[in-house]
Design a protein around this ligand. Structure first.
Ligand SMILES: Cc1cc2nc3c(=O)[nH]c(=O)nc-3n(C[C@H](O)[C@H](O)[C@H](O)COP(=O)(O)OP(=O)(O)OC[C@H]3O[C@@H](n4cnc5c(N)ncnc54)[C@H](O)[C@@H]3O)c2cc1C
Length: 482
C-alpha cells in the first residue's frame, strides 16, 4: 500500500525546502510530503561549506545581462526579506559590505560603463562607485601593497548578504512542520517515479508513495529523473566542482573580481565566512568531474546516465570545451586541487583581491565545496547560463547551478502557481501573505534604508571591527539616514 499525498517534493536542499515552506504555509493544499535521501536537510550543495554563501542580486556579477539581473534581483529580495523578518539575531545570515573590484584601466572603463550606461546603477540604487580611498576604508587589505599607479574602482553595496543556505533550508522545513498535513522523510532515497492513472507512484527504499503532483528538486539528479521519464532529452550536464582556499582575517565583506566573459561560473572572490568572519574564503575553483555529487563515487554512474553517450552529447561537450576561453580555464582549474602546486597556481587569483597574500597564508579547505550542474543544450551544443526548469504533466524538475540557492524562494513562488494548476482544484495561493513574510521586509532606499550617498559611509561607520553591521545598529542607522 502506498502513502497518498497531494504534492510530493523530492530533495531537501534549499530548493525543495523553499517549496515545502511556500506550499504548506501559503496555500490550502492539504498534504505535502518531502523526501530526502540524506539523514539531514541540506547536506549536499546547499550546505554552508559547499557553496559561496552569497545572495546573488545581479549587482556585482559582471557576467549577468541587465535582464538576468532583473530576474535574479527579485529572488534575492524575497530571501533577504525572509531573513530580515525571521532572523533578527543573524544566526543564519549576516549583512556586510559587498563590492566588485576593477583593477587597471580596461576593467575600470568596463565597470564604469556597466554602472553609468548599461543601467546597473539605476537598477541597483544602493550600488555606489567608490575609489581607492573608500575601498581602503572598507577593505584595507584590498589596497595594501597594491601598486599606487594602478587604477582601482569598485561598485559597492551594503546588500552583501552572506547566508548559511543549509540553516535557512532547515528553518523552512521547521516552519512547514508546524502545519497540519506536512510530512518529511529523511534518509529515504527515491529510486523511481512512475506516471500513470490518476497521478504518480514514487518508489523509495522505504516503500512507495502515491502523489497527485510531484516536484523534483534533487539538484543534478533532477535531470536524471526527468530523462528516465522521457523529459529533458535535449539537455546534458557538465558537472563543475568548486573548491575553496582559506586564510586568516583578510576581508570584512565580499570582494568579487570582474567576471571573465563567456564563463558561466562565478568569478573568484574573497569573503568572510558566514559564521566566523575571521576566516576568509577564496574561490570557488571550477574543475570538471565525472560525478553528480562531490566525493560520492556512486554518482559517477548517475553522471553517465545524464551524459547519455549519444552523438549529440559528445558533439556538445566537444563544442563547449573547444572554446578558446573555456578550455584553458578548465585545464588550469584541474591543477588547483593538487597538493603544493595547487595553491601556488591559485595564488594570482587571491592576489587580485588581496595583493599582499603569500602562498603560506592560504590553505585548501578540505571537505569544502560542491558540484555545479552546468547545463549543456545538446541542440544548440552550447553551455546554458544558470538554472533550468522542465515541466511535465503534473510533474516539474528543477536543475539548479548558481544562482539556484539565491532564487530558491522565487522558484518556489513560481512553482507553487504551476503545481496548483497541476492539482486542478480550488486550492489557492495567498501571495499577499507570502510577500508579507518575505520581500516586503527587504530594506529599500527611501523606505527606512540609508540614502545612496550615505550607504557606503553608514555601513563603514556602523560596522564592528569585523565589518559586520549589527542588526539593531543597522535599523537605527537606517532611520537616522532617512
Ligand atoms: C562551489 C559552489 C558555489 C556556489 N555558490 C553559490 C552562491 O554563492 N550563491 C548561490 O545562490 N548559489 C551558489 N551555488 C549554487 C547552489 O549551491 C545551488 O544552486 C543550491 O544549493 C541548489 O539547491 P538544491 O536544493 O536545488 O540542490 P541541493 O542542495 O544539491 O539539494 C538537492 C537534494 O536532493 C537530494 N536528492 C538527490 N537525489 C535524491 C533522491 N533520489 N531521493 C531523495 N533525495 C535526493 C540530495 O540529497 C540533496 O539534499 C554554488 C554551488 C557550488 C557548487
Amino acid at each position: 500500500m502506498s502513502d497518498h499525498t497531494d504534492l510530493l517534493v523530492i530533495g531537501g536542499g534549499i530548493s525543495g525546502a523553499s517549496l515545502l515552506y511556500t506550499v504548506s504555509k501559503f496555500t490550502d493544499v492539504e498534504d505535502v510530503t518531502l523526501i530526502e535521501k540524506e539523514s539531514e536537510i541540506a547536506a549536499v550543495n546547499s550546505h554552508h561549506t559547499n557553496n559561496s554563501q552569497t545572495l546573488h542580486f545581479g549587482d556585482i556579477e559582471t557576467n549577468y545581462t541587465l535582464e538576468k539581473a532583473e530576474e535574479v534581483k527579485e529572488g534575492a529580495e524575497l530571501l533577504a526579506g525572509y531573513l530580515e523578518n525571521v532572523d533578527p539575531d543573524r544566526e543564519m545570515h549576516d549583512r556586510r559590505s559587498k563590492m566588485v573590484l576593477a583593477v587597471g584601466e580596461a576593467e575600470v572603463a568596463e565597470l564604469e560603463a556597466r554602472y553609468h550606461d548599461e543601467g546597473f546603477g539605476e537598477l541597483f540604487p544602493k550600488l555606489e562607485p567608490i575609489g581607492r580611498e573608500e575601498i581602503a576604508e572598507i577593505e584595507p587589505k584590498v589596497v595594501e601593497g597594491r601598486d599606487p599607479d594602478t587604477e582601482l574602482l569598485a561598485l559597492q553595496t551594503p546588500d552583501g548578504y552572506v547566508l548559511d543556505y543549509g540553516m535557512i533550508a532547515e528553518s523552512f522545513v521547521e516552519a512547514a512542520r508546524t502545519e497540519a498535513g506536512v510530512s518529511v522523510h529523511l534518509g529515504t532515497e527515491v529510486t523511481d517515479i512512475d506516471e500513470g492513472g490518476e497521478g504518480f507512484t514514487v518508489e523509495t527504499d522505504d516503500g512507495d508513495f502515491a502523489a497527485d503532483a510531484v516536484a523534483v528538486a534533487a539538484g543534478s539528479h533532477s535531470l536524471q529523473f526527468a530523462q528516465e521519464m522521457g523529459y529533458g532529452e535535449d539537455m546534458s550536464l557538465l558537472p563543475v566542482a568548486g573548491s575553496f582556499f582559506l586564510a586568516d582575517d583578510l576581508l570584512n565583506g565580499k570582494v568579487y573580481t570582474l567576471q571573465m566573459k563567456k564563463l558561466p561560473f562565478a568569478a573568484v572572490h574573497g569573503d568572510a565566512d558566514v559564521h566566523d568572519p575571521s576566516v576568509t574564503r577564496f574561490g570557488p575553483t571550477a574543475k570538471l568531474v565525472p560525478a553528480l555529487e562531490r566525493g560520492e563515487l556512486s554518482t559517477v554512474g548517475d553522471f553517465a546516465d545524464v551524459f547519455g553517450f549519444t552523438l549529440s552529447s559528445f558533439l556538445s561537450y566537444a563544442n563547449v570545451l573547444a572554446d578558446r576561453i573555456l578550455f584553458p580555464y578548465v585545464v588550469r582549474n584541474l591543477v588547483y586541487d593538487l597538493p603544493v602546486v595547487g595553491k601556488r597556481t591559485f595564488l594570482p587569483h587571491v592576489r587580485k583581491v588581496v595583493p599582499s597574500v603569500e602562498v603560506g597564508d592560504i590553505d585548501r579547505a578540505k571537505g569544502y565545496g560542491g558540484v555545479r550542474p552546468q547545463i549543456v543544450d545538446t541542440e544548440s551544443k552550447e553551455l546554458d547560463m544558470g538554472e533550468a526548469k522542465i515541466h511535465g504533466d503534473g510533474i516539474l524538475f528543477n536543475i539548479t547551478p548558481s544562482p539556484g540557492a539565491s532564487t530558491a524562494l522565487k522558484n518556489a513562488m513560481v512553482d507553487t502557481r504551476t503545481l496548483l494548476e497541476f492539482l486542478d482544484s480550488t486550492y489557492t495561493f495567498d501571495e499577499e501573505a507570502f510577500r508579507a513574510e518575505t520581500i516586503d521586509n527587504f530594506p529599500r532606499l527611501g523606505d527606512g534604508e540609508s540614502s545612496d550617498e550615505d550607504a557606503g559611509e553608514s555601513s563603514d561607520e556602523d560596522a564592528g571591527s569585523d565589518g559586520t553591521v549589527p542588526s539593531e545598529d543597522a535599523s537605527s542607522a537606517i532611520e537616522a539616514d532617512d
